[in-house]
Unconditional design. Structure first.
Length: 217
């Protein structure tokens, strides 16, 4: 997570800008036949691949192209890599990658919610409630970032819920429902566990699934 209060997109743009600078410096140093330039290139290369995987996915076109074109270190490879990072930064700034990110998020959430469903079916409703609650909290964080709201490392479901509702992202009625889910998640994580009822967890599972599909789908 980035620094408290920093928008996720701004953090990504700053990260890419830093990598563009590092790649440019590495290219210059290699042109001067400096050993430091090649050392800097390899460090930059790893950081850039990691960043691209985080931003556009390890199976995306940007990652595959960058990996292929910068496999052999050198000034030309560095310049090509910098150009790709500049293009990726432009796409992020213009919001072109948001839909791809949303699809990846939906897929991940779906996997975890399916796991929770299996736990419910096996009779582990307390564990299922904890897992659904974790998915909900992450979803609220993503929603807050998408709405350019401040995020703090200490934010829990209750804090995120209050901030999103107060900014009109969703209604007060939805806020009350999210608060109910937060109570169930807290009981599942910290006890008393006898307050976590299987029927309520099933309703929570269905409700959180709908909520995330509506807000992030």
């Amino acid at each position: 997570m980035g620094a408290p209060g920093v928008n996720a997109t701004d953090t990504t743009l700053a990260r890419l800008a830093d990598l563009i600078t590092k790649g440019t410096v590495a290219a210059f140093d290699m042109r001067q036949e400096s050993d430091f330039g090649y050392q800097a290139y390899h460090a930059w290369h790893v950081q850039a691949l990691t960043c691209i995987a985080d931003v556009s996915g390890p199976d995306g076109d940007y990652y595959k192209a960058f990996q292929l074109q910068t496999k052999i270190s050198g000034t030309t490879a560095a310049h090509i890599g910098v150009g790709m990072l500049e293009a990726l930064r432009e796409d992020v700034a213009n919001g072109y990658l948001r839909r791809t990110a949303d699809l990846i998020t939906a897929e991940v959430f779906g996997d975890f919610l399916e796991m929770a469903n299996h736990l419910l079916s096996a009779g582990y409703h307390v564990s299922a409630a904890s897992l659904v609650g974790a998915v909900l909290e992450d979803g609220l964080r993503r929603l807050a970032a998408a709405k350019n709201l401040k995020l703090l490392a200490s934010d829990d479901i209750s804090a995120l819920n209050g901030r999103l509702a107060s900014k009109g992202v969703y209604s007060n009625l939805v806020r009350k429902q999210v608060a109910v889910w937060a109570d169930i998640r807290n009981a599942a994580d910290h006890g008393p566990f006898d307050q976590v009822k299987a029927p309520e967890v099933r309703e929570m599972h269905a409700g959180v699934s709908r909520f995330l599909a509506e807000q992030l789908g």
